[in-house]
Design a protein around this ligand. Structure first.
Ligand SMILES: Cc1cc2nc3c(=O)[nH]c(=O)nc-3n(C[C@H](O)[C@H](O)[C@H](O)COP(=O)(O)OP(=O)(O)OC[C@H]3O[C@@H](n4cnc5c(N)ncnc54)[C@H](O)[C@@H]3O)c2cc1C
Length: 384
């Protein structure tokens, strides 16, 4: 039986990032993936990268991740496809006090965010109908990346640094070792002893965690992304509409994409519709055209659906769930842009190094203690 210091289950962007950081530190890592890197929800992510968070730790992780995406070629020898677009956040009046406080905190953390009145937004982007907007913010350095290129880049660099890839085989069980860590067993019967285990299996995390005695309150939701061709419409900037409840970004030169901000019905991760119905696209298009009337000239281009693994407060669950067995999941639809830098914090945790004390706030068992995180805006907790 082969053995490793750390075994990681899942090569979405979180597992790949942890593998990259651990391998960079000379840790012997094996990474187990049922499909391929980014073969799950990561590969269907809208991959918007903004550090506009109300939680200071997540804001810092996103800030540091965006810096990594910018310097990806130097770090990994590859391109993450990061493109800076800037991003408008359009809020209802009742968010004003929280937005003002948050913008000040973000700027103090080195994240350039402008606080804008409704008149200032109208002056900059006359294409918006600002009905219902009371205050806005603009994050200068926000953008989006290519989720496949990012994950594959982290994964490939980890392998170059010595990580072992076990692709195309599902992990069927994790057998805890009384001294810590455990054996990872794959569908072909192969057993691998791992001094420590990290479960980063996205929507499939809960049943794996149950095997080691941790019942985590994670649920799974199906979320759609719709794509459109600009057509005759002039492009509009990337934005999040917290009144209409959607996000929006350009996709290359000719397209834009959008999705909803609010919770969606629960789904079975092993049996859900991964395509998108025309009425779902039309519902989203109506919200967009209400905010940007000139986009009535745009043309539907289809879309897709994928899964969010959601925690009760819509913030990640990161921590030790059994001796030497850790989890990094529950990213609730906003974890892509956290992953590149968060993987370094997760590597600290797994290796027993000193961690940022704020990481403890994401303890997977916090809900039992009534210590939910109060992050995001009203029911748009996805903003974190
Ligand atoms: C439609 C959509 C839009 C999104 N938009 C954004 C956005 O704009 N910005 C943002 O920051 N975030 C966004 N997100 C969220 C972000 O994509 C996720 O938070 C992130 O990709 C989660 O990564 P992960 O590695 O935790 O999980 P996953 O991507 O779910 O990866 C888990 C991996 O584990 C593997 N696995 C599971 N079980 C097993 C097993 N038993 N054995 C072996 N392998 C296993 C799976 O095959 C999968 O590859 C979006 C998500 C979706 C679905």
């Amino acid at each position: 039986m082969s053995s490793f210091d750390v075994g990681i289950v899942g090569a979405g962007v979180h597992g790949a990032s942890a593998a990259y950081h651990l391998a960079s530190r000379g840790v012997r890592v094996a990474i187990f993936e049922h499909t391929t890197p980014a073969g799950g929800p990561t590969g269907r992510s809208s991959a918007i990268c903004r550090a506009y968070y109300t939680n200071p730790f997540l804001a810092a992780a996103a800030r540091d991740s965006i810096a990594m995406l910018r310097s990806f070629p130097e770090l990994t020898g590859r391109d993450a496809g990061f493109r800076q677009t800037g991003f408008f956040f359009l809020h209802p009046p009742e968010d004003a006090e929280q937005v003002r406080a948050s913008v000040a905190t973000l700027n103090a953390a080195g994240i350039e965010v402008e606080l804008l009145s409704v008149g200032e937004v109208a002056g900059r982007e006359p294409g918006f109908d600002l009905e219902g907007v009371g205050i806005a913010a603009y994050e200068v350095g926000a953008g989006y990346a290519d989720p496949h290129a990012t994950t594959e880049g982290l994964f490939a660099r980890a392998v170059e640094l010595g990580a072992e890839a076990r692709l195309g085989r599902a992990v069927t069980s994790i057998e805890p070792d009384p001294t810590g860590g455990g054996s990872i067993v794959t569908v072909d019967g192969t057993r691998t002893a791992c001094g420590r285990v990290l479960i980063a299996a996205g929507p499939w995390t809960r049943p794996l965690a149950l095997q080691v005695g941790a019942d985590l309150p994670l649920t799974v939701e199906r979320h759609i992304v719709a794509t459109f061709r600009w057509g005759a419409a002039d492009p509009v900037p990337a934005h999040g509409d917290l009144i209409g409840g959607y996000y929006f970004r350009p996709e290359g030169e000719h397209l834009f994409l959008a999705g909803h901000v609010h919770p969606a019905p629960r789904a079975d991760p092993d049996g859900y519709a991964d395509d998108v119905e025309s009425d779902e696209i039309e519902g989203l298009a109506r919200l967009i055209v209400r905010r940007v009337p000139r986009l009535s000239e745009s043309e539907t281009q289809g879309g897709w659906a994928s899964l969010y693994d959601v925690s009760p407060d819509w913030q990640p669950v990161i921590g030790e769930i059994a001796p030497g067995i850790f989890v990094d999941a529950g990213t609730s639809g906003h974890g892509f842009k956290l992953a590149p830098a968060l993987g370094g914090h997760v590597a600290d945790l797994v290796m027993g190094a000193a961690t940022d004390p704020r990481l403890a706030d994401f303890d997977p068992f916090r809900f039992e203690r009534g210590a939910r995180l109060d992050a995001g805006y009203r029911d748009a907790r996805i903003l974190g």
